[in-house]
Design a protein around this ligand. Structure first.
Ligand SMILES: Nc1ncnc2c1ncn2[C@@H]1O[C@H](COP(=O)(O)OP(=O)(O)OP(=O)(O)O)[C@@H](O)[C@H]1O
Ligand SMILES: CC(C)(CO)[C@@H](O)C(=O)[O-]
Ligand code: BAL
Length: 347
């Protein structure tokens, strides 16, 4: 049974499913009525980046399901599981405000269901963040989870692949939407869908949606931006995207990868020095900034240049991505160097 009233939450106009069994009854009716189901997986604290995925799903599917689940398995013991922003009343408001008018018809679509499972529902064998003590079934995309974000968060993608497999099994989406902001996640999930021969979604029905940014500062919208103080957000956080943009220009003007990355590090270092001398000191440092092959996630060699990359016959762009600490907040961002459409990212 779905419910429009969940303890501690305001009455919702969107049906909320807290169990897989109750959701499946609803899903069966959608099959009977031959309605397509779009799916957006989130950890909540919804912002306009999430909204852009939901809008895309509303435009392309009869029905749209959003999940909110803060997945313990993708947080390392020292990370921010306990403090991750949980803003359910706000999230319901955001979802209720979204709609799509189907062109040439009188139909207006809005989100059809919220899947809001408990930890027990998602992990029937239990879950602890201590990997060595974990029991039960986990999904690992071997060879693709240790580079880029995985180089800093070694068990992150195992946690993501596990929970997304469960979510796909529960929701059975016709189409699903992930954000470019977490580009390695989206590409790794594509590989997982292919390797596991999934039918819901199929490979061609997993879509990557461009990163939504703050109109003024170009800061990538992110739930963790809520951790930033106003001055961190204004003065420091936009530096990551500025460094990525500077690196992009440098790469396009013919510099080698090593030069491009060194320049970007210098840019951040200069800004960090400026901010550390302010009266209200702001600490900022790059965690990493690297250029990787979108197919293998391997690091692009230091001597590589744009023209060499193209001459070598790579029929794909490269990913320039990074993570930056601003105080105690870790931000990530990326740009694609080359034709984004080749990665199936279409605005
Ligand atoms: N700025 C954005 N533009 C487009 N999609 C986004 C953006 N931010 C997040 N998403 C996508 O929304 C989905 C859910 O992400 P999630 O709930 O973790 O939000 P988040 O803002 O990425 O959170 P966090 O701050 O923890 O990284 C993912 O597919 C993610 O890539
Ligand atoms: C895909 C996801 C919802 C899995 O927990 C999460 O990693 C996220 O929000 O990007
Ligand atoms: N959007 C990625 C979720 C995480 O960092 O855990």
């Amino acid at each position: 049974m779905s419910s429009n009233s969940v303890a501690g939450l305001p009455l919702s106009s969107i049906p909320i499913f807290q169990t897989v069994a109750s959701y499946r009854e609803w899903r069966r009716r959608a099959y009977d009525e031959k309605k397509s189901v779009g799916f957006v997986a989130t950890m909540g604290a919804l912002h306009d980046g999430h909204a852009s995925l939901v809008r895309r799903s509303l435009a392309e599917n009869d029905l749209t399901v959003v999940s909110i689940f803060v997945n313990p398995a993708q947080f390392a013991p020292h990370e921010d599981l306990a403090t991750y922003p949980r803003t359910l009343p706000h999230d319901l408001d955001v979802l209720s405000s979204l709609s799509h008018s189907v062109p040439g018809s009188s139909i207006t679509r809005s989100p059809s269901a919220l899947f809001l499972p408990t930890v027990n529902e998602m992990y029937p064998s239990g879950i602890t963040q201590d990997k060595l003590a974990q029991k039960g079934t986990f999904v690992e995309v071997k060879g693709y989870g240790h580079q880029m974000e995985g180089s800093r968060r070694p068990d992150f993608f195992r946690g993501v692949a596990t929970v997304v497999t469960k979510l796909f099994n529960a929701i059975e989406p016709s189409r699903t939407y992930f954000g470019q902001k977490d580009i390695q996640q989206a590409l790794l999930l594509r590989r997982m869908v292919r390797d596991l021969l999934l039918s819901h979604p199929t490979l061609e029905n997993l879509f990557i949606v461009p990163t939504k940014r703050d109109a003024k500062s170009s800061l990538a919208l992110s739930s963790r931006n809520a951790y930033l103080t106003p001055s961190e957000r204004e003065l420091a956080a936009p530096t990551l995207y500025a460094a990525l943009q500077a690196a992009k220009t440098c790469w396009e003007s013919g510099s080698s990868k090593a030069e491009v990355i060194a320049n970007a590090y210098n840019l951040v270092e200069r800004k960090a020095q400026e901010l550390s001398s302010l009266e209200t000191r702001i600490d900022m440092r790059l965690d990493y900034l690297e250029m990787n092959d979108p197919e293998t996630f391997e690091v692009v060699p230091g001597e590589e240049t744009r023209s060499a990359w193209e001459l070598e016959g790579h029929n794909r762009p490269v990913i320039l991505s990074g993570a930056m600490w601003v105080g105690r907040t870790r931000l990530i961002d990326n740009v694609v160097l080359g034709d984004v459409a080749r990665l199936g990212i279409i605005a």
